[in-house]
Design a protein around this ligand. Structure first.
Ligand code: IPE
Ligand code: IPE
Ligand code: MG
Length: 238
């Protein structure tokens, strides 16, 4: 790991993009691409956990991904269900805590149950916190936060930034320091809109199934060379 005496790194978030194009370019179905993507996720989670980074957020399914063909959506839901069930023992033995970010209610009921079970059985783990953004949308998250506040009859002038923050799915989780997007696109796609105000971005052209631990180390290394200023004139030293 590169040495660093400036930026701290507590939270990495990943937009795992490019499964479909990986499949296309290798002559496989999109579903196979998602399978390969899920396999890759396992090794990246392990790597982040081994690096003693406290938080990893992964974008597994966006609120806009419902607009994909029905078959792709149901394949993804099945794949997510299977992988949560298969990974549960490994997550527990690696001391990983799983937190779901997003709306559970519109997910298939077996997936809702699997997610809740996974959260419940890992909630006391003290190692990596793995946030799974699944049926997640940044705009919906902010809307829900504001709705919760309004329902508590808070007066407009009493609403603070912290109140909005405390009612997001990510309440209690520090903002991401580094957001990685694989697959070549340079956009946020409704991911962590509020939380990314001062995140560093790293874009990789590599499709997610091919994004290795070495690529991750490269992203982290680049992050350590960034000068984060948070609006100030000098970069913040911790
Ligand atoms: C990311 O890969 C996985 C999800 C969005 C669920 P894509 O399926 O978006 O892959 P591309 O972008 O079409 O290559
Ligand atoms: C972002 O990828 C969502 C996930 C990785 C889950 P998309 O493939 O859905 O994003 P767009 O459509 O290219 O913006
Ligand atoms: Mg995509």
């Amino acid at each position: 790991m590169p040495s660093h005496d400036t930026n701290s790194l507590a939270h990495i978030a990943i937009i795992m993009d490019g499964n479909g194009r990986w499949a296309d370019s290798n002559g496989f179905s999109r579903n196979k691409g998602h399978e390969k993507g899920t396999e890759n996720l396992q090794s990246i989670v392990k790597k982040v956990s081994d690096l003693n980074i406290q938080f990893l957020t992964i974008y597994a399914f966006s609120t806009e991904n419902w607009n994909r063909p029905k078959l792709e959506v149901s394949n993804l839901m099945n794949l997510l269900f299977d992988s949560i069930n298969k990974q549960l023992d490994i997550l527990i033995s690696n001391n990983i805590r799983v937190v779901h970010l997003g709306e559970k209610s519109s997910l298939p009921s077996n997936l809702q149950k699997a997610l809740s079970k996974c959260e419940e059985s890992t909630k006391n783990n003290s190692g990596l916190t793995l946030n799974v953004a699944l049926n997640y949308g940044g705009r919906t998250e902010i809307l829900h936060s504001v709705r919760k506040l309004v329902s508590q009859n808070v007066l407009p002038h009493q609403i603070s930034l912290k109140d909005i923050d405390d009612n997001l799915y990510t309440a209690g989780i520090p903002d991401p320091d580094l957001i990685i997007r694989t697959g070549g696109e340079k956009r946020i796609s409704n991911f962590l809109l509020w939380q990314s105000a001062y995140s560093e971005y790293y874009f990789s052209d590599v499709f997610w199934p091919d994004f290795t631990s070495n690529e991750l180390e490269e992203a982290i290394h680049t992050y350590y060379t960034r000068k984060r200023r948070f609006g100030m004139t000098k970069f913040r030293e911790k």
